[in-house]
Every structure is written in structure tokens, then in C-alpha cells.
Design a protein around this ligand. Structure first.
Ligand code: DNO
Length: 357
């Protein structure tokens, strides 16, 4: 595996490439062109400029998170053909710039959903948290309003204000899309993009739905082992792979994370590893990465990744806000750096133990 950190780009991220370069063991970044909209073609020039900037800092681009999918593709409306063609062009430009991993998601309307962006923990840190009761009590149109105030002035991924202004219309557009239709639209999209992925060896890594169940009655499909294996078989190509995100699949306590990892051998192209602390099955918060701070056994998760021979990029995921840092919720420097160091430590121990036999 290669340890990386997510970086949103100059002007969007409070964390600098120089800081990331100084986190021990981190050699790459996972980045994006944060100001592009779903459906837009990424030009080679812009990709090259991003690459040059990252490389000038002594790091490299380990993959893209995300090239977002236009709603027309998820809904399956006639204009999807144009957006798929644009997506293919973007992949071609990425491939020509030697970028080989693309993370994306297929969640309708909302990307990840949390009900609090700054829940205070006993140690004074603040974390993202989710309570089902809060979602049930909320009008989806108010969801954006309710979290925007806590975003420390940043634009949260998947919650771009210009999209959120049209939440009502978006819900309307999805009204005839059930889980089967969404799944069929995903397969349709993947079949169309596989040739370009094969040509440039671009590994597509679908991010799970977070939380791993339906919110506000919207269909959600990338939620458990059964569904993800169905998707892998439907388009049985190594370039059709997954982002294994422990914090997203882990929202459903019925998901056995190490078992899922083992069953996806060869198809995990990217890993997000973090812990969650459950206060009840319907209420969780994003604790520190350490096993003892949350509900998951992080050693078992890393061991499963090690045992399947995972060799893609991995990144610590959302961190707590600590030491008075002001940053995009989940994406400060300090706690993610602690997370990276912890995950590297686990990996080193697992590796040494395995080699000693
Ligand atoms: C949240 C992230 C997601 C993820 C997308 C991938 O912090 O994990 O926004 O990047 O779902 O497309």
C-alpha cells in the first residue's frame, strides 16, 4: 500500500502540500479539480498544472477523488450520453497524464450525510456525527442549511451551494429511480467507460454510500457485501473496483469489514481507513483512528488489507478537529496526520510479523 492524504488544492484546502510532505510515510496525495462541476470535461492542461504543482512539493498524485458523476447518468435521462462522453474524455486526459485511479460515487442528490459537523467529545475535540433521529426530523431541503453554518467557511465535498439550491428539483428528478434502476444505470455507465479504462489502465473505485442505507427515501445501492459483489460481477473487469471505506460501510454494524475486504480481493483500488464510535446503532461519531477510541478493530481491518495483498493508495479519513485547528470539518491536518502514522505503525507490525512467520 501507499500512504496518502487527501488534498483539495490550493485555494480550497487549509492544509498545504509542504505540510503533507512532512507527515512521515506519506508519499502521495489524492486530489481533484475542486472547482469543476459534475459533467464538465477536465482539460489536459489543468490536469498537468495540478500534477506539476504536486510534484514540485516532492509528492505525486496517487489518484483522483473524485471525478463526480452528473445526475443525468445516475437518473438515466437521454442527455446521459453527452455526460458519459464527457466523462470518457476526462478519463482519457487523466490517462494521458499517467493517472490511474479514480474514485467516484453513485449516491443520488447528497454525497455523504452527517447531522453534526462539530460534535464536542469529552476531550474537547470536535467531530462529525450522525443521529438517525435528526435526519428523520429534518426536511431534506433544510439539510444543507442545517450543516452549512458549521463548515468553517469551507465548501464541503458533495455539498456545493449551487447544487444544494436545487435540492427540490433534484428530488423531483429522482422520483422514478428505484434501487434496480439506479443499479442498471450504474452498470450502463461502467460498460461505456471500461474501454477507456482498459486502454489507460485506469482503476475505477466506487465509494460506498454514507451512511450505508437510504436517507430521505432516496435509493442507495453501494451499502453491503451482497450489492457490491453483484456490481463486481455485473461488470467483471478489474478496472471496475471499489474504494473500501471503513467509515462508510462501517455505519451499518451488520457489515463485517474484514470479511468484506477479503471477499473483494483484487478489486479494492483505494482504501479510506477510519474508526467510528457508536453510542447506539442509530448514533455514531467519527472518533480518532485508534481502535480503543471507537467501535472497530483497526488492526483486523489493516490485517485483512495486508492479507489480500492490497497495494493501492490508502488514506486516513476524516479526522477530529484538535489543537485549535480551523479547517474543513474532517479534513484538518493534525488528526489525519496522527491517523496516517497510526495506520503506518499497524502496517509495519503486521508486515514484520508476517515475514517472521
Ligand atoms: C467525504 C468523502 C466523500 C467521497 C465521495 C467519493 O468526506 O469520503 O465525499 O469523497 O463520496 O466520490
Amino acid at each position: 500500500m501507499e500512504m496518502t492524504m487527501r488534498w483539495y488544492g490550493t485555494g480550497f484546502d487549509t492544509v498545504t502540500l509542504k505540510q503533507i510532505r512532512q507527515v512521515p510515510g506519506v508519499t502521495g496525495v489524492i486530489t481533484t479539480l475542486y472547482d469543476t462541476k459534475p459533467g464538465e470535461v477536465w482539460s489536459r492542461e489543468r490536469i498537468r498544472a495540478l500534477k506539476d504543482e504536486v510534484e514540485a512539493s516532492g509528492l505525486h498524485i496517487s489518484g483522483i477523488e473524485s471525478v463526480n458523476i452528473h445526475d443525468a447518468i445516475k437518473i438515466g435521462s437521454p442527455d446521459r450520453e453527452q455526460y458519459i462522453a464527457n466523462y470518457i474524455e476526462t478519463l482519457e486526459n487523466l490517462g494521458q497524464e499517467d493517472i490511474h485511479m479514480v474514485c467516484y460515487n453513485f449516491m443520488p442528490v447528497f454525497d455523504w450525510t452527517r447531522t453534526e459537523l462539530a460534535r464536542k467529545r469529552p476531550d474537547g475535540s470536535t467531530v462529525l456525527a450522525y443521529t438517525q433521529a435528526a435526519v428523520d426530523a429534518l426536511d431534506p431541503e433544510k439539510m444543507f442549511e442545517s450543516i452549512k453554518g458549521d463548515a468553517n467557511g469551507s465548501i464541503l465535498p458533495g455539498w456545493e451551494p449551487e447544487r444544494m439550491e436545487h435540492v427540490k428539483e433534484l428530488f423531483e428528478m429522482y422520483k422514478d429511480v428505484d434501487e434496480e434502476k439506479l443499479f442498471a444505470n450504474l452498470v450502463y455507465f461502467l460498460e461505456k467507460i471500461m474501454p477507456v479504462c482498459n486502454k489507460y489502465d485506469i482503476k475505477m473505485a466506487i465509494h460506498p454510500d454514507d451512511p450505508a442505507w437510504s436517507v430521505f427515501g432516496l435509493p442507495r445501492i453501494i451499502i453491503n457485501k451482497e450489492n457490491i459483489l453483484r456490481m463486481m460481477h455485473a461488470v467483471d473487469d478489474v478496472h471496475n473496483g471499489v474504494t473500501f471505506c471503513s467509515g462508510s460501510y462501517g455505519t451499518n454494524l451488520e457489515n463485517d469489514l474484514p470479511d468484506m475486504i477479503r471477499s473483494l480481493k483484487g478489486r479494492i483500488h483505494f482504501a479510506h481507513v477510519r474508526n467510528l464510535k457508536f453510542n447506539s446503532p442509530d448514533d455514531f461519531e467519527e472518533s480518532a483512528h485508534l481502535s480503543s477510541d471507537g467501535s472497530f478493530d483497526m488492526y483486523e481491518i489493516m490485517k485483512a488489507l495486508y492479507e489480500i495483498g492490497f497495494d493501492g493508495p490508502i488514506r486516513p479519513d476524516h479526522g477530529r478537529m484538535i489543537w485549535d485547528e480551523v479547517a474543513m470539518p474532517g479534513y484538518g491536518l493534525y488528526d489525519r496526520a496522527l491517523g496516517a502514522t497510526y495506520l503506518n505503525g499497524l502496517w509495519e507490525a503486521i508486515d514484520k510479523n508476517a515475514k517472521r512467520g
